[in-house]
Design a protein around this ligand. Structure first.
Ligand code: ADP
Length: 159
């Protein structure tokens, strides 16, 4: 069983994340999408809702699971018997941070490899942060995120 962990904040999930999940699904028998609590950043959506939005989007897709992630990523990976951590790489700007994380994770746990997947070109400029910014300014986000997320952001903004 070749299992991979795809960790992130997913605040909220975007079409870029979904593209990475699809690519990872082709390479591994199972992909666990691990949603970080992220206490440092004040999230837009609480953890429970980020999990819900991902689950609603991915639905019953085979070989994908959505789980909360608390604590060290490599410990979670070992616990889950995963052989790899998947990260998305959009641009050179992602590289420095990702490179540092990958090497640090290798130092902490040498049995887990990090692999990087590039999304479709049209998603290379897409991030959860920019989607929230466009929505805040009244722009249309329907082509960047799944429908559930468009609705959740709209509901959130009405509050
Ligand atoms: P984090 O807070 O860990 O950056 P994100 O939820 O923003 O979490 O992203 C999780 C992972 O998905 C990261 O590896 C990030 O580079 C990747 N990612 C985010 N948006 C995209 C996208 N549009 N295309 C490809 N990868 C992406």
């Amino acid at each position: 069983m070749r299992r991979a962990i795809y960790p992130g904040s997913f605040d909220p999930v975007t079409n870029g994340h979904l593209d990475v999940i699809e690519r990872a699904r082709k390479l591994f028998d199972e992909v666990i999408v691990a949603v970080a609590h992220n206490d440092q950043k004040q999230p837009f959506f609480p953890l429970e809702q980020r999990l819900e939005l991902l689950r609603a989007t991915i639905g019953g897709a085979d070989h994908v699971r959505v789980e909360p992630l608390d604590g060290l990523l490599v410990e979670f990976a070992v616990q889950q018997n995963a052989i790899a951590v998947v990260r998305g790489l959009r641009a050179v700007s992602d590289f420095e941070f990702e490179f540092q994380m990958a090497l640090m994770n290798r130092k902490l746990e040498s049995s887990v490899e990090t692999i990087f997947l590039m999304p479709k070109e049209e998603y290379t400029y897409l991030s959860s942060r920019i989607v929230k910014e466009i929505a805040r300014l009244g722009g249309d986000i329907a082509s960047f995120v799944p429908p559930h997320v468009v609705e959740a952001i709209a509901r959130r903004q009405k509050r």
